[in-house]
Design a protein around this ligand. Structure first.
Ligand SMILES: Cc1ncc(COP(=O)(O)O)c(C=O)c1O
Length: 388
């Protein structure tokens, strides 16, 4: 007797890779130039054009974590300076603050937007505050008017965590161009992927030039210039930097991903709208609609599972989705839920109640541009079966 055929597992955050990406990677490998080189330079140029800034204002790196770390160092803040960020983020946001020798301070989120609440930022400011790191959660822009006004009033650096926000705009202006730095992720699940990768966008050309040097050992000339066909160039180490450069092999994927960024965004927008409508009658809390005068990046579609209303706990819901062969995500358990931060700072999740509640109830449903109509109908049917 043959086994019943199982439905394929829907991988959460699966990238949509086309023949163009595959051919470019192959061409890169055949070229013999795998490391930082012409394809990285092209990706920087294309990314700058997409975000409507000068090519000299961006620097490609090997992750958003690297981008955040280097930006914090390039901001030249004094050791131990306080940096305010959101508890509803990936640990990398907070770890980058710590790696730069700075002191993270949490400010709770607005439960409707899931973004850092400007009033909570204001309340967290002390004489030692030097920077704010807003995260454009799920691709929804933070309230940048309010945040930049606070930064101006208190003379604070702003480093935008744009890991979810490649396409995001706030009042027609791209996310990442408000603060001193914007840090983007090209991780596999992100809206543009290079496998692993990231980009730093800087307002000030001197600071971004310093970030670029810091991202490659603190060397004054990058490897492309050292080993290109223009003759050997000596380099000087001018700072103690990091090994954070992007490879051409990664940029080969990113070039074609970026060319398709708006096509993929359209498809994710359709899926997002389909879920909003198809799940509206269930006892779930759905994300609020995108705000007026903004462009949502539609990076995540998150629903809240309140056990009392839904008849199932969040974690049982995750298991049931997995049994239905549908991959899901949790973005995120709030930062103070993790033992490292509790032990180091004495933080308790209850101190930031909105982030705690959201982190304990949230589930991200699949939102990849490669999902078919049949796939998303399967997702909705499974959610209805589990919650209904
Ligand atoms: C909000 C946020 N910040 C930073 C990062 C780190 O990005 P990367 O994996 O490119 O280092 C992520 C990645 O998941 C993220 O979601």
């Amino acid at each position: 007797m043959s086994e019943p055929t199982k439905e394929p597992f829907l991988i959460f955050g699966a990238p949509k890779i086309g023949e163009e990406e595959i051919a470019e990677v192959e061409a890169c490998m055949r070229s013999g130039w795998l490391g930082t080189g012409p394809r990285v330079a092209r990706l920087e140029k294309d990314f700058a054009a997409y975000r409507r800034v000068q090519a000299s204002q961006v620097a490609a790196v090997n992750s958003c974590t690297a981008a955040l770390h280097v930006s914090m160092v390039a901001a030249s803040l004094e050791p131990g300076a306080e940096v305010i960020t959101t508890p509803l983020t990936f640990c990398a946001t907070v770890n980058a603050i710590l790696h730069a020798g700075l002191s993270p301070v949490m400010a709770d989120v607005d439960p409707r937007t899931q973004n850092i609440d400007p009033a909570a930022i204001e309340a967290a400011i002390t004489p030692r505050t030097r920077a704010i790191v807003p995260v454009h959660f799920a691709g929804r822009p933070c309230d940048m008017d309010a945040i930049m006004a606070i930064a101006a009033r208190h003379d604070l650096v702003v480093i935008e965590d744009c890991a979810h926000a490649i396409e995001t705009e706030y009042r027609s202006r791209p996310a990442g161009t408000f603060g001193d730095f914007g840090c983007f992720s090209f991780y596999v699940t992100k809206n543009v992927t290079t496998g692993e990768g990231g980009m730093i966008l800087g307002r000030d050309e001197e600071r971004i030039a310093r970030a670029r040097i810091l991202a490659l050992h603190g060397m004054s000339k990058d490897a492309w210039h050292r080993f290109g066909d223009a003759g050997y160039k000596h380099y000087q180490v001018v700072e103690c930097g990091f090994k954070y450069n992007m490879m051409d092999l990664q940029a080969a994927i990113g070039l074609h991903q970026l060319a398709k960024v708006d096509t993929h965004w359209q498809r994710r927008r359709e899926i997002w709208a389909f879920y909003q409508q198809a799940l509206a009658d269930l006892p779930l809390e759905l994300p609020s609609e995108p705000d007026a005068d903004t462009r949502h990046g539609f990076h995540l579609y998150t629903v809240m599972i309140d056990a009392a209303r839904c008849g199932v706990t969040r974690d049982a819901f995750l298991d049931a989705m997995n049994d239905a062969r549908i991959g899901t995500g949790v973005h995120y358990l709030s930062v103070p839920e993790h033992p490292y931060y509790q032990q180091r700072f004495g933080w308790r999740p209850e101190q930031w109640p909105h982030a705690m509640r959201l982190g304990r109830q949230t589930v991200s449903l699949p939102l990849s541009p490669g999902l078919s109509d049949g796939d998303i109908e399967r997702v909705v049917a499974a959610v209805r079966r589990i919650v209904g």
